[in-house]
Ligand binder design. Sequence first.
Ligand code: SF4
Length: 252
Amino acid sequence: MFEDGRSKRVIFVSHCILNQNAKIDGCAHYRGSIREVADLILRSGCGVVQIECPEIMYLGLDRQVVPGLQRTIESEDTRVAELMEGEAGRTYCRDIASRVVHQMEQYVRSGFSVVGVLGVNGSPTCGVETGWRADGEVAEPGVLIRELQAACQQRGLSVPIRGIKAEDPEGAVRAAREVLGAAVPFQGGSAMKPAVLVTICILSLIALGHVLRLVFGVGVTVGALVIPMWASIPAVVGLAALAVWLWEEQKK
Ligand code: SF4
C-alpha cells in the first residue's frame, strides 16, 4: 500500500511554528510561519502535521488575559504556565498528546517514518529542552511535551523531540535539520531561484567592469558621447546595491 507519490516521511510540529498568530500577545516573531524552518521542511519532502495549540484550546487566543492588569511577556508566560500546569491544563495537553500519538501510530504501522517532533523552547507548554516557570526559562520540558514523551513511552514509540526558538532562526534550522536527517536533500544550500542567481551574477560582473574601468582609467565612448569616468561611481554603487538587495530578498 501507499506506493504512490508520497515520501512516507512525516514530521510533527508545534502549532505556532507554522502559525505565529497563535502566540501569546507580544511573543510572535514572524507574520505567519517561522519561514526558515517551514521552507526547510517543505524542501525536505516530509509531510508536516501541525499539532493543536494547547494554550488556545484551553485558554483561548487571549489566554484569558486579565483586563487592566500590568503585564510583561515574562509575567504573562508565568501566568499561562501556572494555568497550564493546573489539572485542566494538563488534561488538555494529555488529550492532545494522545491524539498526536494515535496519528503517529497510524503512520508507523503502515511503514511510514515519523522523523520527529519540533517543539518551542522557552514555552511553558511546548518547551522541549527548556520550558518556563516563575518568571524564568528552566531546563525542563513544557506540559504538552511531558505528556507527549509519556504517551510515546507508554506506546513504545521512539520519536526524537527537539525544541526551537523563533528568535534564533539559525539554531532553529540546525535543530530542524537534525530531526529531518536524511529527509533533507539540501545540505546548506539556499533555495535561490536560478534566474535570480544569474541576475545577481550579471549585476556583479557589470559592477566589477566599472570598478576595473575606474582602476585602469579606461575611456568609454558611445557614438560621439564620451562617458565620464565619474559616471562609473554611481553605477558601481547602484549595481552592487541592487545585487545585495536581490540576495537579501531571496534569503527571506
Ligand atoms: S508554544 Fe505551543 S502553546 Fe505556545 S503558542 Fe506555540 S503551539 Fe501554542
